[in-house]
Design a protein around this ligand. Structure first.
Ligand code: CP
Length: 307
């Protein structure tokens, strides 16, 4: 049974096909209104979410399907000690596809091995968030018109920010990509991402703590929130949380066609004064996420022979 746990579970060809389907959904939504009629998506969210859960649910409704949901760990038998594997086996009896978010790295993989229906990882701890990356890829494509020849600045919590790890993995597979990794010393990209992805593939990257010096060369600036929920102590979080705050002043040397991205939720990382800047793309990412999740649900249900 095909599941998507990591963005590399999808080939570049498949990513491009998903973007093509998403663009077709945007242009011809009526074609897709009933394709998942009588099919059910189970959203199992053991960690808070606004965008990912609601966009999965909106995606399934817009495909004509239905949704059953666990919206918090406390509201399910996980609170009584039920394992992820038993939960996945149980939900396989009720639904056709699962989207799961869990605070533990590897939980979605465990679920996919136990389930008899496709499982989509909607975020596992500080590890991966492949469907956020699908949203990010469609945003890059729609803003830039191409996926190659880009300098991408990633800024903020690059250690715990799972969207960053998935995006590095995905964009490293396109031609002539360069990364500028901007973070405090304590929140640098984990060495396994640098070793297994960037160094292994010979992708050029620069690590720096200085956003403003890096700004003029960036085609994309991907801001991230410092992930309070992954810190071991509050003192470190408070010291690091406002390391980077993007203001109009800091954009004065930026390219005119810079794409400013953020997976959201935002805390302080981007001043609201930037929201009306035509280069701000973060609410476009939210909408693109729904279309890419529609495309992914369709793909996995087709491959499973369910539709
Ligand atoms: N980007 C993202 O995953 O947002 P939520 O945590 O609100 O789902």
């Amino acid at each position: 049974m095909r599941s998507v746990i990591d963005i590399v579970d999808l080939s570049v060809k498949e990513l491009d096909e998903l973007m093509k389907t998403a663009c077709d959904i945007i242009e011809n939504p009526e074609k897709y209104q009933e394709v998942c009629k009588h099919k059910k998506l189970a959203t199992l969210f053991f960690e808070p979410s606004t965008r990912t859960r609601l966009s999965f649910e909106a995606a399934m409704y817009e495909l004509g399907g239905n949704v059953i949901s666990v919206s918090s760990a406390g509201a399910s038998s996980a609170a009584k000690g039920e394992s992820v594997a038993d939960t996945a086996k149980t939900v396989s009896c009720y639904a056709d596809i699962i989207a799961m978010r869990h605070p533990k790295e590897g939980a979605a993989l465990v679920a996919s091995r136990a389930a008899t229906i496709p499982v989509i990882n909607a975020g596992d701890g500080g590890h991966n968030h492949p469907t956020q990356t699908l949203a990010d890829l469609l945003t890059i494509y729609r803003e830039k018109g191409h996926m190659d020849n880009l300098t991408i600045g990633l800024c903020g919590d690059l250690k715990f920010g799972r969207t960053v790890h998935s995006l590095i993995n995905a964009m490293s597979r396109y031609d002539n990509i360069r990364f500028v990794l901007i973070s405090p010393e304590e929140l640098k990209v984990p060495s396994y991402v640098k070793k297994d992805v960037l160094q292994k593939k010979g992708i050029p990257y620069l690590q720096t703590t200085d956003l403003e010096t890096a700004m003029p060369e960036l085609d994309i600036l991907y801001m991230t929130r410092v992930q309070r929920e992954r810190f071991f102590n509050e003192e470190d979080y408070l010291r690091l949380k406002d390391s980077y705050i993007l203001t109009p002043q800091k954009l004065r040397n930026a390219k005119d066609d810079l794409a400013i991205m953020h997976p959201l939720p935002r805390v302080n990382e981007i001043s609201i004064a930037i929201d009306d800047d035509p280069r701000a793309c973060y609410f476009k990412q939210v909408l693109n996420g729904k279309y890419m999740r529609m495309a992914l649900i369709l793909k996995l249900l087709k491959e499973a022979g369910t539709i």
